[in-house]
Ligand binder design. Sequence first.
Ligand code: ADP
Ligand code: MG
Length: 335
Amino acid sequence: MTTADGLQSLDALDCGSRIRSRRLSDGVVTLVVDASGLSAAERNKLEAELTSAARAIEGVKDIRIALTASQPRRTLIAVASGKGGVGKSTLSTNLAIAIARTGKKVGLIDADVYGPSQTRLLGSDEKPTADDKKLNPVEAHGIRFLSLGQLVSTGHALAWRGPMASGALAQLIEANWGDAEILVVDLPPGTGDVQLSLIQKSRPDGAVIVSTPQALSLIDATRAVDLFGKMSVPVIGLVENMSGYTCPHCGEQSDPFGSGGAEEAAAAMGIPFLGRIPLDSALREASDVGTPPAASGGPQSEAFEAIARKLMASLETSSADEHSPVEEMADASRR
Ligand SMILES: Nc1ncnc2c1ncn2[C@@H]1O[C@H](COP(=O)(O)OP(=O)(O)O)[C@@H](O)[C@H]1O
Ligand SMILES: [Mg+2]
């Protein structure tokens, strides 16, 4: 076979449509091949096939194959708060599951390097495997997830400094998320290194801020809103957690952390209010035993479903309209 039609002949292979560019000079064939969506074994097979076909071309002495893979564009949602213990992790788990129940493929990343809790919340102690040094997320309750809690033994605090924590987060984000369309990232509390590196390296498409109705929690939430705003990450909205308590014995309604504070604060900051999750001992109990209420669609799942609907609607508007209302609101909050 002559060199000229030799290179063309590669197109006739099964994998021919993956060839992005081909060159032959001084007996060296250089191929750039799109290996998107292939497993490690399939990539090896692809390379072997191309190598043997290229070797059959007259005058070929050496073959160089560069495999590229385009990452599918996923929507990355950060769940953040100024304070710890306000329910970020509980919201992240149940929100991810509620979104998955609308038919989306959802991944959840537990980025709380200092206090990972998703293995407990999802009731899974399965360890992730790895391919090509990339972690394979674990399935639970209809979503896939990765947590640093899977990589260290239970109860071992991670005394990591900023750069290590950020490196660990990058590993979780660059894992084999396959066809996941939405990634929810459960952040540690505050506005530190992990948040900054997530914003800088992974550019979340939006942030959901969680607060209790308490003034102190709201002041910290304002800081989180400010951080995302300054870094031009649209704030999708504020969620009020632990609002309104119904006594399981007498049915009396009370507001242990105050009421309505978050909605007022959201209005003052010019960001959307996404909804409230009642303080509910059934929610805590279910969370503690790894049966997230959103998975069963019971009474505790309603608040999460409503928030999931608002969030999806907001994402659809922002992808349909480049200058989205969410961004405009985040812009307003920055002024
Ligand atoms: N709405 C709620 N009702 C009852 N308990 C809640 C609620 N939200 C969170 N909790 C409980 O509060 C604790 C802290 O919640 P968590 O989601 O871990 O917060 P964070 O991730 O912000 O630190 C957990 O024990 C959790 O089960
Ligand atoms: Mg947490």
